[in-house]
Design a protein around this ligand. Structure first.
Ligand code: CA
Length: 217
């Protein structure tokens, strides 16, 4: 899962990037409205966390530009302005959720999970495929009741494949959703992580379709 965090308060931005990266998300950041739109036009994000008070281009204008481009990307507004008008304006303009500062990091994470679950029509935080079970809240994976220890990128690849069970996902798409935008797509990082992930899972769990991609289920 890849997130774009748009926030001009450096301390908060750094804390969010650190915490969400630690939870296994690929995290891109922007400190003003213009930089935010540059990032948005250049990549695919599962959730965009958008502060309303921003330099250069206000959060509301950023939201308008995002919605002008696509209807689907999840946008969660984050703002110190707790006034009802801002909340209503944001939701009217197509934001999917709203969180007023100060907020708890756990609540932000739970809301991000809820938005992505809605995308995939998953009602539970637990996904299963055969005897492999993945808990999106705890970021834990078990095979036949035993914990499998995965690195963050291995977990990210598996989570994305399990959310798209039965569907072929290309290497490019997996890379785009699991690595942040600074990562070099021509490096062999994806293959290295996929190989080590496969070794930790039952044999043949991740299937390859030559020239197309990978799938589970
Ligand atoms: Ca701000």
């Amino acid at each position: 899962m890849k997130l774009l965090i748009i926030e001009d308060e450096t301390a908060l931005l750094n804390a969010l990037k650190k915490g969400l990266s630690k939870s296994g998300y690929a995290v891109d950041t922007a400190r003003d409205g213009e930089a935010a739109l540059d990032k948005f036009y250049g990549a695919y994000y599962d959730v965009i966390v958008l502060d309303l008070n921003l330099p250069k281009l206000d959060g509301i204008d950023v939201l308008k530009a995002i919605r002008n481009e696509d209807e689907k990307t999840n946008v969660l507004i984050l703002s110190a302005r707790s006034e009802v008008e801002d909340k209503i304006k944001g939701l009217d303009l197509g934001a999917n959720d709203y969180l007023a500062k100060p907020f708890s990091f756990n609540e932000l994470q739970a809301r991000i999970r809820a938005l992505t679950r809605r995308d995939y029509n998953v009602k539970d935080t637990v996904l299963s495929c055969g005897d492999v079970v993945l808990d999106m809240a705890l970021k834990k994976v078990q095979h036949a009741g035993k914990d499998i220890s995965l690195r963050k990128k291995e977990y990210g690849i598996l989570e994305y494949l399990m959310l798209h069970q039965g569907k072929i996902v290309s290497a490019e798409t997996l890379f785009e959703h699991v690595w942040d935008s600074r990562a070099d797509q021509f490096s062999n990082a994806f293959k290295v992580h996929l190989t080590s992930l496969r070794k930790k899972l039952p044999e043949g769990f991740i299937k390859t379709v030559r020239g197309e991609g990978y799938y589970v289920g």
